[in-house]
Design a protein around this ligand. Structure first.
Ligand SMILES: Nc1ncnc2c1ncn2[C@@H]1O[C@H](COP(=O)(O)OP(=O)(O)OP(=O)(O)O)[C@@H](O)[C@H]1O
Ligand SMILES: [Mg+2]
Length: 375
């Protein structure tokens, strides 16, 4: 039986829970010529939302061409050009005329196009004689999209990665190309909040104030509960409401973890799913990851490990410098607490969330958090 709780970013509308508000915002902004910065913690559903948005454009038969470009693996501007081009080419594989037109963009830089035997994905190799040729190639790609003949939307996923390119101010380069474009709009997506803000909200940087923001938070509790019950019942299974509530609470409604536990429970369940069963499955799922969690310990100092455990046991910490937290968990001094906290945030082990009222800290990986709690 097909599992309706998918672990890939997106399959189809039916298997995607809610996000109507965010979807409408994207639709309104991006199709009206506004570029968007899309930010959320890791594994909350950014990539899924982009796919969902593009699918909606497809379903509604809008005259818009969409391109999804994940630049997570890029280290240089060369990688950027390569991945950007390959994504464009990939969507033209069945349209020979467009492919020919697209390939003209690279005529000066000895393009060699091949297709991966296993995946069929295009692979493009380009050879530049000098830096000018490289910059010209990048410009030509943007020109090609601008003159595409219909509206174009490009989503750059993990956009903060451009900060890693050595020896080039990639933001300045991209900004020059992107600013005058009339027919192409962009979604800049990322999970490193501080970097994303520095790129888009720091007056000293090229992209300053050039986009609107869409934030992705947790999915609404009622909507998620209904979604889960519906997916079970469509497959002839019944999950009790208190079992659903347990899942949402245990996974803190962090989408990836909620989906994972639902996937696991669905996989092993018979027709009736109750609270007891779900609790046992959750424990099994955590136990399966134990080896990975033990690895973390060897990568941290004993103080950092102790700190992570302390945050996990608290669930959420709003005053990490306060005496009762520092003393209760043997952290030493408030200054110590500050230092260790920063180190763990930098390592992506602790998530910092700012709300209107306060800033709060929690263990980023929800399952790791649950496991640490139990120690
Ligand atoms: N609205 C949704 N309904 C159901 N499942 C979802 C939804 N959004 C995301 N998911 C699931 O959650 C998981 C994480 O989503 P996704 O990969 O889109 O997150 P992300 O924010 O892009 O993460 P990362 O920062 O790691 O790239 C995936 O398994 C995806 O299927
Ligand atoms: Mg993603």
């Amino acid at each position: 039986m097909e599992n309706p709780f998918i672990l890939s970013p997106y399959a189809e509308k039916l298997l995607f829970c809610d996000r109507e508000t965010e979807l409408n915002s994207l639709m309104e902004l991006v199709t009206n010529g506004v570029n968007v910065t899309l930010i959320s913690p890791r594994r909350m559903g950014k990539t899924g939302l982009i796919y969902r948005f593009f699918d909606e454009i497809f379903i509604k038969k809008f005259e818009i061409e969409t391109f999804y470009v994940d630049i997570y693996a890029t280290q240089t501007i060369d990688d950027f050009i390569k991945i950007f081009s390959e994504n464009i080419i990939q969507s033209f594989q069945k349209k020979t005329s467009m492919l020919k037109k697209a390939m003209k963009v690279f005529s000066g830089v000895k393009p060699v196009l091949s297709f991966d035997e296993l995946t069929g994905n295009p692979q493009l190799s380009l050879t530049y004689n000098n830096n000018d040729e490289k910059m010209q190639t990048l410009r030509s790609i943007f020109d090609f999209l601008e003159n595409y003949g219909k509206r174009v939307i490009v989503a750059f996923d993990e956009f903060q990665q451009i900060r890693e390119y050595a020896g080039i101010n990639m933001e300045a380069v991209l900004r020059t190309y992107i600013q005058p474009m009339k027919n192409v709009n962009f979604i800049f997506c990322g999970s490193k909040k501080h970097l994303m803000f520095d790129i888009f909200a720091n007056a000293r940087n090229p992209f300053y104030a050039s986009t609107s923001y869409v934030y992705l938070d947790k999915i609404d509790e009622e909507k998620y509960a209904e979604f889960i019950q519906c997916r079970f019942s469509e497959h002839g299974k019944t999950i009790e409401r208190n079992a659903v509530d347990f899942i949402l609470n245990f996974t803190k409604r962090h989408t990836f973890y909620t989906q994972s536990l639902c996937h696991f429970v669905f996989q092993h369940s018979k027709r009736l799913v109750n609270l007891q069963f779900v609790k046992e499955e959750a424990a099994k799922l955590i136990a399966m990851n134990e080896n990975i969690y033990l690895q973390y310990r060897s990568l941290l100092t004993p103080q950092q490990w102790n700190y992570l455990k302390a945050v996990a046991k608290e669930g959420v910490v709003t005053q990490p410098m306060a005496n009762n937290f520092v003393v209760k968990h043997g952290i030493g001094t408030p200054a110590n607490s500050q230092r260790i906290l920063q180190a763990l945030i930098t390592k992506d082990l602790i998530l910092e969330t700012t709300t209107k009222e306060h800033t709060e800290y929690s263990v980023y990986d929800v399952f790791l958090s649950r496991w640490l709690e139990s120690l």
